[in-house]
Design a protein around this ligand. Structure first.
Ligand code: DBV
Length: 252
């Protein structure tokens, strides 16, 4: 069973329908990775596949899909806008482990406490967020240090039933993605140099947080080793810093 394959298929098809998307390079050796875990009867093959796209306004649209049997399914899907737009990040962390499902879905703001920014990018999402509260209530315990990176429309939930994931979480995922692409349609390049500097700083701060605290690090290290994992995190999953370094080398 691959619980999140329909999410991935939908997202790629929908992005293709609405944007002119091009491939985003995936470093060699990271498109697909396989390992065998467990012992005896409990052996499972764990396969991680990666997907990358880009568009005129979106620097990197990327997904990591981990499939390791019924009790290990993960889809981490993030959109990083180009630095000349003040768009939020689209972030989905859909996780199924032996302990159950864990769902994080949000448009993560660049400027959490800025009211103008909230009005632009969070207010329009709140009705969608609220419409799912009945089925997808707050999931409890959440790392305090992660809070600055989430919007008030952060959908964080731990459904007991797989059916809830297949129905309500999938519907919410589609609604959030649609609303995100509506923002993308309307986004205009920022020209104010101070605002541009703020955007870059906010993108880097988000990126550092995600790369440093990646909750999948332990899992990836166990399956694929430390070297592969760190390269995957810094060279693909959260690559902005490397890309900025490449650009500045070219300009020298
Ligand atoms: N999380 C990632 C990436 C993953 C991934 C790149 C490719 O950022 C998977 C894989 N998330 C993943 C796994 C777990 C979580 C948990 C495997 C389970 C870890 C475990 O229990 O061993 C949201 N994801 C979590 C948790 C949070 C998030 C808060 C619980 C961790 C904890 O309690 O410490 N991920 C986190 C976040 C976003 C996100 C800030 C934004 C949408 O994608």
């Amino acid at each position: 069973m691959t619980l999140y394959q329909p999410f991935l298929d939908y997202a790629i098809a929908y992005l293709q329908e609405r944007l002119d998307i091009q491939p985003y390079p995936i470093p060699t050796g990271f498109e697909r990775k396989e390992a065998i875990t467990g012992k005896g009867k409990h052996q499972e093959v764990v396969v991680t596949t990666s997907y990358g796209f880009q568009s005129h306004k979106l620097r990197q649209i990327r997904a990591a899909h981990v499939q390791g049997g019924n009790s290990l399914q993960v889809l981490n899907f993030v959109i990083f806008p180009h630095l000349k737009y003040d768009l939020p990040f689209f972030g989905a962390d859909l996780v199924t482990l032996p302990g159950g499902h864990l769902i994080a879905l949000d448009m993560q703001p660049l400027f959490r406490d800025n009211l103008t920014y909230q009005e632009k990018y969070t207010q329009p999402i709140l009705p969608i967020f609220q419409s799912y509260q009945k089925y997808l209530p707050w999931g409890g315990d959440f790392p305090e240090e992660a809070k600055p990176f989430f919007s008030p429309a952060f959908l964080w939930t731990r459904p007991k039933e797989t059916e809830v994931v297949e129905n309500h979480v999938f519907a919410a995922f589609k609604d959030y993605l649609q609303a995100y692409l509506d923002f993308v349609d309307r986004a205009q390049p920022v020209t104010d140099s101070h605002y541009l500097a703020d955007i870059q700083e906010a993108q880097l701060s988000y990126l550092h947080y995600r790369a440093e605290k990646d909750p999948a690090r332990g899992m990836f290290r166990r399956f694929y080793g430390e070297e592969w994992t760190e390269e995957y995190i810094h060279g693909f999953l959260f690559d902005l810093e490397r890309k900025l370094a490449e650009v500045s080398l070219v300009q020298q």
